[in-house]
Write a new protein. Structure first.
Length: 171
């Protein structure tokens, strides 16, 4: 059956409107889906950030516990730690390792002169550092640790300690 031209126009308009409404509804549904996906992404990012912060706090707690044990001359298992090891542990706890991409993987060795009261008197490098950034991070860690703890047995005190510092690639 052939529709009159005005009926064909009306049918065309209805089909167009129906199509537009379906596309609009799909667009709204798509918009709701996009909003839902964005909310899920935001919540996932918050959960990941919370886990990262949890790990950072756990590492900080462990670092502080290691520093406290080293100041007492004890290892994590409670056994006595040799004095040079305690000093190295304390210096390492204060070392903000620079990005390995700035320093290269090679480390360097420092000679640390210690006054009788534990104050750091001088830092000299036995082997040169690959970069200024690495050298300055090491000097900063040593000076931040000063005064160094003194050994329980005065006979084991040595006015010079040598320490090797090697940057490591950390995630």
């Amino acid at each position: 059956m052939k529709l009159p031209s005005s009926s064909q126009t009306l049918l065309s308009l209805l089909l167009y409107a129906s199509t537009a409404l379906n596309v609009g509804a799909a667009g709204q549904a798509s918009g709701r889906d996009d909003a839902f996906e964005n909310e899920l992404r935001r919540e996932l990012a918050q959960a990941q950030n919370a886990r990262i912060e949890e790990r950072r706090l756990a590492q900080e707690i462990e670092r502080r516990a290691a520093v406290a044990r080293a100041r007492q001359g004890l290892r994590s298992d409670g056994t006595p730690m040799p004095w040079p090891e305690a000093v190295a542990t304390l210096i390492n706890s204060n070392w903000n390792r620079p990005d390995i991409r700035l320093t290269g993987p090679e480390g360097c060795a420092a000679s640390i002169s210690i006054a009788p009261n534990g104050e750091v008197a001088a830092v000299d490098f036995v082997t040169p550092c690959a970069s200024y950034v690495l050298r300055e991070s090491i000097v900063s860690a040593i000076l931040k640790t000063s005064p160094l703890p003194l050994p329980a047995e005065p006979a084991t005190f040595n006015r010079t300690i040598r320490a090797r510092f090697v940057p490591r690639d950390e995630p």
